[in-house]
Each structure stands twice: as C-alpha cells, then as structure tokens.
Ligand binder design. Structure first.
Ligand code: ADP
Length: 150
C-alpha cells in the first residue's frame, strides 16, 4: 500500500523549515500532500493562491509532492486522500504541547491516522512564519528563510 502523508498547516508563509520537513519526509512516504488550511474568518498575510504557486515552484519536478488548499477537518481530508499519516514538525516544547493535543484529537476523529513528527534541523529551529511576516511587513529581506522568490 502506498504511504501517503498530508503535511497540513497555515504556511503563511511556507518556510525553509517547512521545506526541510517535506524533504526529510520523502524518505518515509511515497507521496506528501502539502495542505494549506484556510479559514474564511481568519485573514492571511500572504494570499493563499499565491502561496500555493510559490510552494509548487519550490517543489517543481518533485512529483511525489503536491499542494492543495482545504477548509474542513484535517482528519476528514486525510480520508478523502487515502492518507494514513499526518506529517508535522517539532521545534520546541511549545510546539510539542500543541501538537500533542491536536494529534490525539485527530486520531480520535480518524483512527487510521498516525501523526509522524520530525524534529527540526538545528539550522531551521528559529525559523517561524510569524517572524518572517513581521520582518516582511517592515520591509526586511526574508529571502534567506523561504525556498522561492516572493
Ligand atoms: P499551523 O498553523 O498548523 O501550526 P504552520 O504553518 O505554522 O501551521 O506549521 C506547520 C507545521 O510545521 C507545524 O507542525 C509546525 O510545528 C511545523 N514547523 C513550523 N516551522 C518549522 C521549522 N522551522 N522547523 C520544523 N518544523 C516547523
């Protein structure tokens, strides 16, 4: 059976830390579907469709990686795509506390679903979407932190 993983997140924006998780995840999974969750009540800083195109550019030629958007339960999305795994990254204990609860809930909602965590590579441990948004907002150069050109 094909091992299909969803890599769900806001990706506002997608960073080199996220890219690293996907590239390492490719050693574990046959297919990774990067899934950008969107919520009509929550506005984004980087527009959704533009971010999809940026991520597609970052993985051009890697046919095991695809990019989609969704606005439903991640556990349901996984069923639709026959994905038995959720891929997530962990940087620190704050990530762990949050990830621990959502992975328990996701497994409750879909008992076929296992969340697989990869620990961040040290060079990306301090890369976060929120800091990149802040730097970008004030005109700073964020190109070292993202795997595509804005
Ligand atoms: P969410 O809004 O669901 O937390 P994010 O887009 O912030 O989504 O992150 C998606 C996933 O990537 C999360 O599991 C997060 O912990 C992980 N992640 C974020 N930044 C990094 C990084 N620099 N290194 C490793 N994992 C990361």
């Amino acid at each position: 059976m094909e091992r299909i993983a969803l890599f769900p997140g806001s990706f506002d924006p997608f960073t080199k830390g996220h890219e690293d998780i996907v590239l390492r995840g490719l050693k574990l999974f046959d297919k990774i579907i990067i899934s950008l969750g969107h919520n009509s009540n929550k506005s984004r800083y980087f527009p959704l469709e533009k971010m999809v195109a940026n991520i597609e550019e970052a993985f051009a030629g890697v046919d095991k990686v695809s990019v989609i958007t969704y606005s439903e339960l991640t556990a349901e999305l996984a069923k639709k795509h026959h994905a038995n795994y959720l891929l997530r990254g962990l940087r620190n204990t704050t990530d762990f506390e949050y990830e621990n609860s959502i992975s328990q809930v996701n497994r409750h909602l879909n008992d076929q679903l296992e969340t697989v965590f990869l620990i961040t590579s040290p060079e990306y441990a301090s890369v976060s979407s929120s800091i990149i948004r802040e730097v970008h907002k004030y005109g700073g150069d964020v190109s070292d932190f993202i795997p595509y050109k804005l």
